[in-house]
Design a protein around this ligand. Structure first.
Ligand code: FES
Length: 153
């Protein structure tokens, strides 16, 4: 349970346990995020991690992005350009979500194509380099014939 400051206000900084409790993310996951540079903490005099309250919004963004399948490394890249000393703004989230929406559309299109190609493999089992679109999906040179097409014109 979070202790209030003597003046009745909420503390400016949170412990890792408080961040975990409020964000619904395990302490171990928060530590992992920190090792990956997604979030930052400061150490207090007792060498314990303390997080600014703005961390909660950042963790929420990370969770949402992960749910859409964005790799953690890409989330880290996107967040790396945003300052850690202020909460993410609505505009920050708009920009991030627009970028990720485009990536999500691409991923959906790629997976849909893959699913459609898989339809042709069901009941086949050949896994042929020449015939199977999943075995050799980008073999455009293969359409010109067998062998090392670039080396033997
Ligand atoms: S397994 Fe035969 S076409 Fe894919």
């Amino acid at each position: 349970m979070t202790e209030k400051c003597p003046n009745g206000t909420m503390p400016r900084e949170l412990t890792v346990g408080e961040v975990a409790e409020r964000s619904g993310v395990a302490v171990s996951t928060l530590h992992f995020y920190e090792t990956k540079g997604l979030i930052h903490s400061q150490r207090n005099r007792g060498n314990q991690r303390r997080y600014p309250r703005s961390i909660l919004r950042r963790v929420a963004v990370i969770k949402v992005a992960q749910r859409t399948g964005i790799p953690l490394s890409e989330i880290a890249d996107a967040l790396s350009v945003l300052p850690h000393d202020r909460p993410l703004t609505i505009q920050d989230w708009r920009n991030l979500s627009e970028t990720w929406r485009g990536q999500l559309d691409e991923r959906i299109a790629r997976l849909t194509k893959l699913r459609n190609q898989l339809d042709g493999c069901i009941g086949c089992g050949c896994l042929s380099m020449q015939e199977c679109p999943l075995r050799n999906p980008w073999d455009t040179l293969g359409e010109e014939g067998p062998g090392p097409r670039l080396l033997e014109p």
